[in-house]
Structures are given as C-alpha cells and as structure tokens.
Write a protein that binds this ligand. Structure first.
Ligand code: KIV
Ligand code: ZN
Length: 506
C-alpha cells in the first residue's frame, strides 16, 4: 500500500461554515494560494449550490490555483451536482464531493427514508457526478455512528458506480480512536473493491478526539485526511492540519508521509486566524503562542542545554524562528542569562547573581517580563553612559511636505550635526544619524509598540541592526515616537563597539 497520505483541506468549506468566519472571494483566493504553497493536495473550495457567493468563490479559486485539486461539495441531489460541475469548469483538476447520511439517525429522522433507498440514492448521485468529472468523492455522512456492515455495502456500491475517494466522516465527533480505526479496518477487509478507491477520514472534534481518530484512520488504511488550518470548523471544529502533519512527521515508525511544506505552517495559521477573526488558543498544539514557550526554571535550563530535552519538534520546522524562553518568577539564572546574551549584555557571575535577585523581585510584581524591563534592571535603558548620545532632534513633516530631520549627536563629548530628508520622519532621522556615523548597518527589524493605549502614551521601539554578520538589538522609549526610534537605533549602534566610529563634522 502507498505510504503517501493526501491532505484534503476543508478550511474554506467546513471551516468557513463557522459563524463569524465568513470570507469574501478575494480573501478566499488569498487563503487558497497560501494552501497551495503549503502543499495541500485538495482544496475544498465551497458548497456551490448554497449561495451565489460560494459558487463564485469556487469559480475564482479554480482560476487562481494550479496544483491542488479543487473540490466542490454537494448533497446527493442532481441540481447540486450540476451547479458544482459548472463552478468547477476552470479547475485544472476538479472533484465533486457528493454524499448522503448513512447512520440510523440520518436515514430515519433526517431523511425520513430507509437503508435501501439511501443506498440507491448514493449510487445515483455518484453516477450522475461521473457524467461531469472523473474524480468523484462520496461521503457517508455520520459514518461514525453508522452500522459497519451496512456502511460496507454502501461503500462497495459507490465504488462500483465510480467513486474514486470514499469519505468516512465522524460527523458528530463521537467515535473513540480505537473504534474509528476498527471501522476503517473493517472497510479495508470487507469491501471487495476497496483497492479501487482511497479511503478518506473527516473527523470532528466534539470530544477532542478528531486528531486521534484521524491518526487511527490512517494507521488502519485511510490515505486521505480531511483537515482544516487551526482545526477550525463546525462546533468544536475539524481535525487540524498542522497536528496530523506533524504527528506523521514526528512518528517515523508509522512510515507515512505528506506533501506539506511544514515551514509554511505557522504563516498559514496566522493568515487564517487573522482573516477569519478566529484567535488561536495560546496552548494549541503546533501553532499556539505557547506551543514552544518554556516558563519553568527546570524546563528552561533543560532547553538551553539541549532543545530536545523538552521539545519534540524543532519550531523552525513549522516556520517559527525559535523556542521562546519566557521570563517569569519561576525562571532561573540560565533563562535570564540567555535573554541578556540576546540583548548583547554580558555580565560576570557576580553581577548576574545580583541582577537575578532584582529580577525575582520584579517578576513577583509583574507577570510578564519583557526585554526592555531587563535593560532597566541592568541599568541600560536609561542610556546611562553611552558613547553616542542624542543631543538635539528636530523634524519637519506633514502632508505634501518632504520629511526633514536635523539632529545633533554627542560622541564622547564632541558634537556633530546633520540634516537629511527621507520618505518619512523616522527615515530622515535615521539617515541623519548615518550621515554622522559611517557604519555599514542594515536595519532588520523595527517594531513600535504603545505601552498603554492613550494618545499621550509612551511608545517603545525595538530595532534590530545587522553589522558584519552580527545582530544588535536596540531599545528606545519616549512619548515622541521619532525620538524613541533614534534612541533605539543609537542604542544598537552603541553596542557595536566604539573603535569603528567614523564621523563627518557638519
Ligand atoms: O462532517 C461531515 O460529515 C461533513 C460532510 C459534508 C463531508 O462535513
Ligand atoms: Zn464536516
């Protein structure tokens, strides 16, 4: 049996059904393109009969995307199938996903029917869809609560009718992993023509078992998984793509692989969360804010000695630059030293012990210690004895004006002045600094944050500057954001080392 597991992403169909998560067509195209870069095999782009907006989205996604198969959902209803086929006319590879409920609940109380009639309707729908596209997926809705013997009959019949993929959804998220695995195994062993189709899982998370059920499914023969980014979806959501992909990647003994470019996982998660207004819970596996954050002293020390002591996934593999060592009252000296090293602050053992005691006092009062708090602790944020200091700054800016900055620097007691223009006041001021201090520096990161929320607030600026392959961090805080930016830039420059300062006196 092939070891490749196909990733069928239904973020734009099952995920988008969530109230408040609706996207317009342009946003859906953006998500679809990012899913393509991620390497998904199938994008379920919508349920075309449900609304003109869904129809249009399937059409536009079909035009915008090249590699993944584009799939359109239908009920086992001829009109649905015709509309889905029409919506897929631009797809390079199109799939119709049609189906019907097969559990006693669905057969009797939803469809007011009986098992034989449902089987007939299932076959008819697949045959009808085959008139339009070669690739037809059949879903047995509520398969999780369907009788296995009956389910096997339906699956055999729809494969005979031409289904290329058979989807076994745990629609209500009821199954236990063992039972769901056994269901897939039963179908593998009792549907004579099962080798002519791929079995797909589609698990919901009502009892928090969607990922476990999906993995049980692939361990027993399913080779397609229906998933969403961040696990969004109806009620408690669908199986999350990132969890399944990283489980298969981490557990090599399963000998299963996907086509996912895992380094794109984090950015895809962020995009979906932002566009759909669905924050990711901080402790969400793989993509949550705390997924790679270590806060207790014992763990921090262990991670700093060897990441694998407490991490089973290298965050870089999912597109997160590094594990984060969070500073709290439970952090040890190793974590404090790690942060100070990153800030370019080197302390001897005695001084580190001293700062650590102050740090514990601060951490008891403040839940979250940031890097600039550390600089205050070690007496650097006040820009105490810096060789290069900002002595004077004036900027002229406004609508239809070319921003200009004049500044004077005090370098070891001598004064130097420069005036420069720029595409904004910060750019002009940084250029004026560079006109005085000739250093080959590249600004790598520039982050402005307000400390509170009012317009009278203090702005904090964090700059990362690269000089000859080394990165220097600079911080500045001021009610004037341009002054804060210059202070941050000078803070980084001061850390480069004094010997190389070259000045032009203006
Ligand atoms: O959960 C489900 O059963 C579904 C089907 C329509 C595939 O979403
Ligand atoms: Zn579903």
């Amino acid at each position: 049996m092939d070891n490749r597991v196909y990733i069928f992403d239904t973020t734009l169909r099952d995920g988008e059904q969530v109230p408040g998560c609706q996207l317009n067509t342009i946003e859906k195209i953006e998500v679809a393109k990012v899913l393509e870069q991620l390497g998904v095999d199938v994008i379920e782009a919508g349920f075309p009969i449900s609304s003109p907006g869904d129809f249009k989205s399937v059409v536009e996604i079909s035009k915008a995307v090249t590699w993944p198969t584009i799939c359109a959902l239908t009920r086992a209803v001829e009109k649905d199938i015709e509309v889905a086929a029409e919506s897929l006319k631009y797809a390079k590879r199109g799939r119709i996903h049609t189906g019907i409920g097969t559990s006693p609940y669905h057969i009797v109380s939803k469809l007011n029917s009986n098992p034989e009639e449902i089987l007939e309707r299932a076959v008819k729908a697949v045959k009808y869809a085959k008139r339009f596209v070669e690739d037809v997926e059949f879903y047995a809705e509520d398969a999780g609560r369907s009788d296995n013997v009956y389910l096997a009959r339906v699956i055999e019949a729809v494969i005979k009718a031409g289904a290329t993929v058979v989807n076994i959804p745990d629609t209500t998220g009821y199954c236990l992993p063992y039972d769901f695995g056994e269901k897939i195994k039963f179908l593998m062993e009792n549907v004579p023509n099962i080798h002519k189709a791929i079995i797909s899982t589609h698990c919901h998370n009502d009892l928090g078992m969607a990922t476990a059920n999906t993995i049980a499914g692939v361990m027993n023969g399913a080779r397609q998984v229906e998933v969403t980014i961040n696990g969004i979806g109806e009620r408690a959501g669908n199986t999350s793509l990132e969890e399944v992909v990283m489980i298969l990647r981490s557990h090599k003994e399963l000998d299963l692989y996907t086509n996912i470019n895992t380094k794109n996982i984090y950015k895809t998660s962020k995009l979906v969360s932002n566009l759909m207004n669905m924050p990711v819970q901080p402790n969400k596996a793989i993509v949550g804010r705390n997924a790679f954050a270590h806060s207790s002293g014992i763990h921090q020390d262990g991670v700093l000695k060897n990441r694998e002591n407490y991490e089973i996934i290298d965050p870089v593999e999912v597109g997160i630059n590094e594990s984060s060592i969070v500073l709290t009252a439970r952090s040890g000296r190793a974590a404090l030293k790690h942060h100070l090293d990153m800030l370019g602050v080197k302390l001897g053992k005695g001084k580190l012990d001293e700062v650590y005691q102050d740090f514990l006092v601060m951490a008891d009062k403040k839940k979250d210690i940031k890097e600039d708090d550390l600089l205050v602790l070690v007496g650097e944020l006040g820009h105490g004895e810096r060789r290069i200091k900002l002595d004077f700054l004036q900027v002229v800016t406004g609508k239809n004006l070319v921003p200009m900055a004049t500044l004077r620097l005090d370098i070891a007691g001598e004064k130097f002045t420069a005036t420069e223009s720029g595409n904004g006041p910060v750019d002009a001021a940084i250029k004026a600094v560079k006109a005085i201090i000739h250093r080959k520096v590249t600004l790598q990161e520039f982050l402005i944050q307000a400390i509170n929320k009012g317009s009278d607030d203090i702005g904090k600026v964090h700059m990362q500057v690269e000089h000859e392959g080394t990165v220097f961090n600079g911080f500045g805080a001021n009610t004037d954001i341009i002054t804060a930016s210059v202070e941050a830039f000078l803070d980084a420059i001061n850390k480069i080392g004094n010997s190389e300062i070259v000045t032009d006196v203006k």
